[in-house]
Design a protein around this ligand. Sequence first.
Ligand code: ATP
Length: 254
Amino acid sequence: MQNENSILTTEHLNLHYGESHALRDVSVSIPRNRVTALIGPSGCGKSTLLRCFNRLNDLVEGARIDGRILFEGGDIHAPDCDVVDLRKRIGMVFQKPNPFPSSIYDNVAYGPRVHGIRDKKRLDETVRESLESAALWDEVADRLHGSAMGLSGGQQQRLCIARTLAVGPEIILMDEPCSALDPIATAKIEDLVNDLKDRYTVVMVTHNMQQAARVSDVVGFMYLGRLVEFGPTGRIFESPQEELTNNYVTGRFG
Ligand SMILES: Nc1ncnc2c1ncn2[C@@H]1O[C@H](COP(=O)(O)OP(=O)(O)OP(=O)(O)O)[C@@H](O)[C@H]1O
């Protein structure tokens, strides 16, 4: 059930890739303005679940979904759901930073331009605000028209976050956003995620349990396509209710 504090809800969600059953009866409510971390051993379905939230699995041949996903109460698979608008409202940041091979400015301005914004002043403002929100402005303000490919990996990932923010999303999905970054760049992204939750809802897949413990308010533990346990981060790590969760968070498998 969707309650007023949840922004996104799945009901009995199942996903098959051909014969392979990747998500099994997942029912979850993602809380608004919180950071939710999805954890679990490799192949348990974390990225698949994340990709369901903005219908990225539509692009995977052979992927079949049953069950419902409600975003602000509306069914994202309803015939009248505009997928372009859905992906504007639910943005995604990937594991490897993937800036376009163009300028820093054009990377951030890309989304607003696609959505019809042409006014230079408005674009300039959006680019600045998005880079500020992504904690990158101070590092790039003097080279906005330089190539994005000249940035460090951590800067590129913050640029990708700025690019996502530029179209005004409500939810930001992050699929292991720090796995290609060093500890200093990782710490910057974690600080940023903490700041973002004032204005956005964040759902993050992570392999790193310390990271989940540091940045998230809520944790979902997945195993073999099932959501085994979902609850406040402190409870999941300190007193999980399921033995499987306990085994995983105490490092007994995975
Ligand atoms: N495009 C695809 N086609 C077929 N099977 C897929 C596809 N993507 C994922 N799978 C399978 O679905 C299952 C769940 O994969 P998924 O990537 O969601 O897991 P994960 O928990 O995110 O794993 P990891 O932590 O290793 O990234 C795995 O068995 C995987 O092999």
